[in-house]
Ligand binder design. Structure first.
Ligand code: SF4
Ligand code: SF4
Length: 427
């Protein structure tokens, strides 16, 4: 069975939603569309308070190399408001009051044989970003510098995070669209070889791709973090991305299956990125499932629509290994929101951190072969040069180290802090 070294096997908790077919969640009356939804600068609004907007209409653009943002409903712009996101207590959002008409405006459809340049421009104008969590603009990823020899496009269908099943359902129910999108990406990249990597705990998704002669299906051993790019590339091709390197350094480009699906709709149907499939799960949810949710829908609306059996102790955007806690239910779904989890006390760690006992478990599971305990010790001592020496910048923030730590050390937060300071101070 194809795999990579190290990593962990957390309880998957996917059974709550793995068999829940895709369904649409009705949009709320008020949507708050974040202006920061991809890696790069905040987008600049092109609409003002009082404007009428159609569903799919451009409402903000990034002047540099970023992507565009569109209204996910038709209605009236109520203003630009400062609201929390998962990473900032205040960030600009466009507030739109829904008229429930879904009066839609699309871009003009391009054929599947669209030229490379027009397809890349379309991905930018339709606001396509990495929907597996990275939110990197897709038109940039598919346009590596000249001279890079890319020979393989890998569809990331691993979905190794506990609880999350949206990519699983998308692969099982929308395989043909994903296949066509993958062929489009391969054509843009000028490569022949397309691989889809799927963990062996998604048999119906594997089955859905098995019949395609133009895509190699790699059945991967379910292990966390199989969906991390470097680990996925190794498991699928045996190629090792060098430390500090990128997938393109070993001739690969990797994209998540949802990104490819949304890109396909943008190119062939002119549909901008205004909604996405989100897994809503956790022990506190009455009706967990996989819902198509409009961008800008608040977690509060999601909790009201799905119902809560009990008050959640923690609400997460993303999975329990790499996700971020939401301190306010006014956080809105963005393009990279793969899941919203409403977790009970039984499902979270409430133990307090204690000093490191030097057991070495964190180092034994780190898929990047780092020594997390040393980086943590350097961070505590304010020795950021030391943290850099121990490879903090190579940490992929997967959380395996913190997951196994008997002392419950907040290792990822510590390493993240070291990375930020090394970057900001140019150490
Ligand atoms: S040090 Fe980083 S890469 Fe290694 S296990 Fe911890 S979070 Fe993952
Ligand atoms: S797992 Fe925790 S206690 Fe053990 S060495 Fe790592 S940081 Fe220390």
């Amino acid at each position: 069975m194809l795999t990579f070294s190290r990593g962990v096997h957390p309880e998957t908790n996917k059974a709550l939603t793995a068999d829940k077919r895709i369904e649409k969640m009705p949009p709320p009356k008020d949507l708050y569309i974040p202006l920061t939804q991809h890696i790069g600068k905040e987008c600049v609004p092109v609409v003002a308070e009082g404007d009428y907007v159609r569903m799919g209409q451009l409402i903000a653009r990034c002047e540099e190399d970023g992507v565009y943002i569109h209204s996910s409903v038709s209605g009236t712009v109520k203003g630009i408001e400062q609201l929390p996101t998962l990473v900032a207590p205040k960030s600009s959002h466009i507030h739109i009051e829904n008229d429930f008409e879904d009066n839609i405006e699309r871009l003009s459809p391009l054929g599947e044989d669209a030229s490379r340049e027009s397809a890349l421009q379309r991905l930018k104008e339709a606001g396509i970003v990495g929907m597996g969590g990275a939110a990197f603009p897709t038109h940039k990823k598919l346009n590596p510098p000249r001279g890079e020899k890319i020979d393989t496009f890998i569809l990331n269908g691993a979905e190794c995070e506990p609880y999350i099943t949206c990519d699983h359902r998308l692969m099982a129910e929308r395989a043909e669209e994903i296949r066509r999108g993958a062929r489009l990406f391969a054509r843009i990249l000028g490569v022949e070889r397309i691989i889809v990597g799927i963990e062996n705990n998604k048999p119906d998704a594997i089955e859905a791709f098995k019949g395609f002669s133009d895509i190699e299906v790699k059945v991967l051993r379910a292990k966390y973090p199989m969906g991390a790019e470097k680990q996925l590339i190794y498991a699928c091709t045996g190629r090792k991305v060098p430390l500090g390197g990128l997938p393109k350094d070993v001739g690969c480009i990797v994209d998540n299956v949802h990104t490819v699906y949304s890109a396909y709709l943008a190119v062939t149907q002119g549909l901008p990125c205004i909604e996405r499939l989100v897994t809503v799960s956790g022990g506190a949810v009455e009706n967990p499932g996989n819902y198509i949710i409009r961008i800008g829908t608040t977690y509060l609306h999601i909790s009201e629509h799905c119902g809560l059996k009990e008050q959640p102790v923690k609400v997460l955007g993303g999975g329990p290994m790499m996700g971020t806690a939401a301190f306010d239910l006014h956080v809105a779904v963005a393009k990279a929101t793969s899941s919203v989890l409403f977790l009970t006390e039984k499902e979270i760690n409430t133990e307090k951190a204690s000093p490191c006992i030097n057991c070495g478990r964190c180092a034994r599971v780190c898929p990047m072969y780092l020594m997390p305990m040393y980086i943590d010790a350097c961070t505590i001592a304010g020795d950021y040069k030391g943290a850099k020496k121990y490879g903090a910048r190579n940490c992929i923030e997967c959380g395996c180290c913190a997951y196994v730590c008997p002392a419950k050390r907040p290792l990822v937060q510590s390493i993240r802090l070291a990375k930020r300071i090394v970057r900001e101070r140019n150490i």
